[in-house]
Design a protein around this ligand. Structure first.
Ligand SMILES: [Zn+2]
Length: 305
């Protein structure tokens, strides 16, 4: 797919609420070709964004023109990100707190479907806690890794196009997924179709109106080419209502990372981390980033169509 017109789409309606009152928000700071390096999870190219538009109705901020789903899938399918698993301990802590909250809402547990399951860390934890795990992931490398490390059989592909059983799952999780897809409504709608009645969708995404985002300005770490959309509490509510969900619980989100990971995102320090003894020491120091610059919502599938 070489033609620019096929790789990008100009949007005339808000991807969250479908409102057509949209206008330019901010000129992009990213002008290169998108590569696999820029979309992997541990990418450090922050501060770079596409041209962004804003919705006058729900305040949603999104890439416009937006890379097409086909173009992104072709990139994500080839992503390899060995650094991701270096942070397995920190990620497990984050996922554990999500599962605990989810289990307060669904004490009986059941089948859980993880969207953008990466190397299967969340699903492996969920299975140990009594959930029946399933998930989808576009990267072949990550799917292989989830099979090798955890014996998980993830579906390789994208949520919108996968053929999945309707009404089957007690819960669907989308942790740091919705800001990566050019089709957020289609994704959430598909989640609704595979959830059983009164099933729960868990969604975690960065909050563009958080204090951390305002303080960091253009250096905010979530401003990356891989992020096509910047949600706020209001626009996520608009998206979920439109797709047939009601938010029933919410939290601010604090990430846990190792000291090594945080330092490695500073280019000036990268060279000094090559010393492997120093690196393995730093990897063992967990740091909780209590910035609360992401939010976590638990939304229940409404009855009706
Ligand atoms: Zn909108």
């Amino acid at each position: 797919m070489k033609d620019e017109e096929e790789r990008f789409r100009m949007l005339t309606a808000c991807p969250a609420c479908a409102g057509t009152d949209i206008c330019g928000y901010q000129k992009g700071t990213f002008s290169g070709r998108l590569t696999q390096d820029e979309i992997k999870i541990t990418d450090s190219q922050y501060g770079k964004t596409w041209d962004l538009s804003i919705c006058g109705r729900c305040g949603h901020i999104f890439a416009n023109p937006c890379p097409s789903a086909e173009y992104l899938t072709s990139l994500y399918s080839h992503v390899e990100d060995p650094l991701y698993d270096d942070e397995a301990a920190g990620r497990s802590k984050n996922f554990l707190s999500i599962l605990r909250r989810l289990e307060k809402l669904i004490p009986e547990k059941g089948a859980l479907f993880d969207v953008g399951a990466a190397t299967g860390i969340l699903l492996d934890l969920a299975r140990r806690r009594g959930w029946e795990p399933a998930g989808i992931e576009p990267s072949s490398w990550a799917v292989r890794s989830a099979a090798d490390k955890h014996g998980l059989g993830l579906i390789e592909g994208t949520l919108e196009s996968a053929s999945l059983p309707e009404g089957r799952y007690a819960a669907v999780t989308m942790v740091d997924f919705i800001e990566h897809t050019p089709l957020p409504f289609e994704a959430v709608r598909k989640a609704r179709s595979i959830l059983r009645p009164a099933g729960i969708l868990v969604l975690v995404t960065p909050d563009i109106h958080s204090r951390a985002a305002r303080l960091a300005g253009r250096r905010w770490w979530h401003l990356r080419p891989a992020h096509l959309a910047f949600f706020s509490r209001r626009s996520i509510d608009a998206l979920l209502r439109r797709a047939g969900f009601s938010i029933i619980a919410e939290h601010r989100y604090a990430w846990t990372f190792s000291a090594h990971y945080l330092l490695s995102r500073k280019p000036a320090i990268q060279a000094r981390l090559k010393d492997s003894r120093r690196a393995s020491f730093l990897k063992r120091i967990p740091i909780k980033l209590a910035l609360g610059d992401s939010f976590e919502v638990y939304a229940m599938k409404d009855s009706g169509a």
